[in-house]
Design a protein around this ligand. Structure first.
Ligand SMILES: Cc1ncc(COP(=O)(O)O)c(C=O)c1O
Length: 334
């Protein structure tokens, strides 16, 4: 295994192994590590036909003291179970979720990027219905798989702001639909708006609420937050957005820094009132937004990352790499 740590992107690279637990006859088995990166499924599996497919995403870091730690895995466990309850799939007890992460990382420890490279090990829990059904019904058999991929820093040359396009012809999630959970189908539905965004020369789509198209929801795969001109952290409150663990952490950090944090509906006319806007999520932590094109009008935030976003980014990544105190106990040591 030879990895060019300096040039890692966010691309799939097969690691040594993945771990797989099977749920059958009402119980989870004890899980097996496998070096075969393929799985065999019945052709009538519910994950293939009826959308019983859920996933998560989190990261493990090689810290300054040489230890490997995972960022807030209990939060991902809780969110995966929220998703699973919604699609009537077998829940994964938190102990199994954490054990799976520990075992798969231990077996792939040489894939954790060294401290100082800015990389991390992306951990992808996947949960699929593997029992056969031809009428629509939940499966009675499931696979819980955790795979890992070494990934590089998003910002090799500093935090570079990107352009966002407000999507007018598509909605991400219905008001009482599945926007708040991480089902695979949400992402299938986002491929076309993502493609249109890129085709029009923008990097990230921004979705409005599906009912009125008046309120800001979230970016394609990250939450929206803005910093007001008087220094408040504001992020949308909506049932149809994914409750980002990065956003939750940034809200806590902002509040620790003495900032006022508001989680409330954000009307689209408010876009002009922000001094800085960021997209946040596990993969990139924070992506500064340079401009947003909404209904033919451009709102500009700046060619450089703003000072508040930079400060928040440095604090959260400092905690992740063990360079700053982890006072909320977010990091789980392996
Ligand atoms: C739709 C969507 N919103 C937000 C996020 C960010 O969530 P988190 O910070 O938990 O990665 C993600 C990524 O998981 C996402 O897919």
């Amino acid at each position: 295994m030879k990895i060019d740590w300096a040039n890692l992107g966010f691309n799939y690279i097969p690691a040594k192994s993945h771990i797989r637990y099977t749920y059958e006859n009402g119980a989870w088995n004890s899980g097996v590590l496998s070096t075969d990166h393929n799985i065999t499924l019945p052709i009538a599996a519910t994950c293939l036909h009826y959308g019983q497919a859920a996933f998560e995403g989190l990261k493990a870091f090689r810290c300054k003291d040489g230890k490997v730690r995972v960022f807030r895995p209990s939060e991902n466990s809780a969110r995966m179970n929220l998703t699973l309850r919604h699609i009537l799939a077998a829940e994964v007890p938190e102990e199994i979720f954490i054990e799976a992460i520990r075992r798969v990382i231990a077996d792939n420890i040489e894939y954790v990027p060294p401290y100082g490279t800015g990389g991390s090990l992306y951990v992808r829990p996947l949960h699929i219905g593997s029992g056969s059904r031809i009428g629509i019904a939940p499966s009675d058999k499931y696979e819980f798989i955790v795979l890992v991929v070494p990934v590089g820093p998003y910002y090799k040359a500093g935090m570079k702001p990107v352009d966002s396009l407000v999507i007018e012809d598509f909605d991400r999630a219905a008001p009482k639909g599945t926007g708040h959970i991480k089902v695979a189908g949400n992402y299938g539905a986002s491929l076309m708006p993502q493609h249109i965004t890129k085709e029009r020369g923008f990097q990230v789509p921004l979705f409005l609420d599906a009912k009125s198209h008046e309120y800001i929801e979230e970016f394609g795969t990250s939450n929206f937050f803005g910093i007001t001109k008087d220094g408040k952290y504001v992020t949308p409150d909506s049932h149809s957005i994914l409750q980002s663990i990065t956003n939750k952490s940034l809200m806590e950090i902002a509040s620790d820094m003495g900032m006022t944090v508001e989680k409330r509906p954000i009307h689209k006319s408010e876009l002009e009132s922000f001094a800085e806007v960021g997209a946040c999520g596990t993969a990139v932590v924070i992506t500064p937004i340079r401009k947003i094109l909404i209904e033919g009008k451009s709102v500009f935030y700046g060619d450089e990352c703003g000072p508040v976003l930079k400060k928040l980014y440095e604090e959260v990544t400092g905690i992740q790499y063990g360079e700053r105190p982890d006072k909320h106990n977010w990091m789980l040591e392996l």
